[in-house]
Write a protein that binds this ligand. Structure first.
Ligand code: F6P
Length: 371
């Protein structure tokens, strides 16, 4: 962890990368207000690093961020500086003269663009992909602090990422609403939720929303076991069932459901809910409906928990710069916010431990995981 006691800082930059998450604007406010407190100027790089690598023809790719500009944004979903999950500077899409689009490593060019723009430090707010980029930039000599963002909660080295609590709260509310319609029609309802290769959203919302079946990537399922759990409910006179499935779930010996593979970007997952619903309908003979919550989980106002950790992360990121740190991510280590090396964070995603207390509690409650 590089630490230089008194760095000379005048102007810092912020970038938000990857999928948006509730709380991004609160982090931005936390950074800008704390930087202002230190007497530093702040700018937002538009849409990941595109504002520096591919600035718009008219106007700047940098947005000045003043205390006035970040007033009243703590509760707003999205990000006022924009984001992208297609602008990885290590594989930046570049159009050639003949019209072909190729991917180029433009990270060294990006470091030069930082210097030209007189940016003394970067606060990179993102998930594992964006933090891996931040780690490369730190190794190339930029002063970089990462902030852990993702609704998926799959980052290691932090007790929580901001955005997750909001996503789980909303998914839980949706599952609750679906109970009454499922019960009225005596149907099976399959709810697909985001989460990429981790089942945190499905598990937490499924347990909190009293789902009867939860399918997560960490516990490959057998569809016949799920059908049998539904039949057993029928025999007990419980004539409807609520199934929550994580987008990354897969059958034992089978594959996850991939919509698209993109070079330099994460795979797009989705479609498992439709598949599970069709199979359950065929196996149980019950009327079945499926719903994909998808990007609804990324929108809306952050919960109080997410607002608070986002503001704390933003403040802690700026204090880290003032203390001379670089190449670290702010992390929640309750009750404190601490710093961990970026290199450690990006090594491995955090999955649901199949034997964790929440899973054991769910099993005690009679919830089926299809195993
Ligand atoms: O990582 C956040 C996330 O919302 C995942 O849960 C999901 O798989 C992915 O992003 C979807 O991304 P996109 O914005 O490309 O649809």
């Amino acid at each position: 962890m590089k630490r230089n006691r008194k760095p000379k800082i005048r102007r810092i930059a912020l970038s938000t990368g990857g999928g948006d998450a509730p709380g991004l604007n609160a982090v931005i406010r936390g950074v800008v207000m704390t930087a202002h407190h230190y007497g530093w100027e702040c700018v937002g790089i538009r849409e990941g690093y595109s504002g520096l690598l591919d600035p718009p023809k008219h106007g700047s790719g940098l947005m000045p961020l003043t205390p006035e500009r970040v007033r009243g944004i703590t509760h707003l979903g999205g990000t006022i500086i924009g984001t992208t999950n297609l602008g990885n500077p290590l594989y930046f899409p570049t159009r050639l003269a003949d019209g072909r689009v190729v991917e180029r490593d433009r990270s060294s060019e990006l470091v030069r663009a930082f210097r030209r723009a007189k940016l003394d430090a970067l606060v990179a707010i993102g998930g594992d992909g964006s933090l891996a980029i931040a780690n490369v930039l730190a190794k190339k000599g930029l002063r970089v602090i990462g902030v852990p963002k993702t609704i998926d909660n799959d980052l290691s080295q932090t007790a929580a990422t901001f955005g997750f609590d909001t996503a789980v709260s909303f998914a839980t509310e949706c599952i609750e609403r679906l109970h009454t319609t499922a019960a009225s029609h005596r149907r099976v309802i399959v709810v697909e939720v985001m989460g990429r290769y981790a089942g945190w959203i499905a598990m937490n919302a499924g347990v909190s929303g009293d789902a009867h079946v939860i399918l997560i990537p960490e516990i490959p399922y057998r569809i016949e076991r799920v059908a049998e759990a539904i039949r057993a409910r029928e025999r007990r006179g419980e004539r409807y069932s609520m199934v929550v499935v994580a987008e990354g779930a897969r059958p034992k010996g089978g594959h996850r459901s991939i919509i698209e593979k993109r070079a330099g970007a994460a795979e797009r997952l989705g479609g498992i809910g439709k598949h599970v619903a069709a199979e359950l309908s065929a196996l149980t003979g019950k009327e079945t409906r499926q719903i994909v919550l998808g990007h609804l989980l990324r929108g809306g106002e952050p919960t109080t928990f997410d607002r608070l950790i986002s503001l704390r992360f933003g403040g802690a990121a700026v204090r880290a710069i003032a203390e001379g740190r670089s190449g670290v991510m702010v992390a929640l280590a309750p009750p404190k916010v601490s710093y961990v090396p970026l290199a450690k964070v990006t090594r491995k995603i955090r999955n649901v431990p199949p034997n964790c207390d929440t899973i054991r509690t769910a099993r005690d409650l009679g919830i089926c995981f299809g195993d």
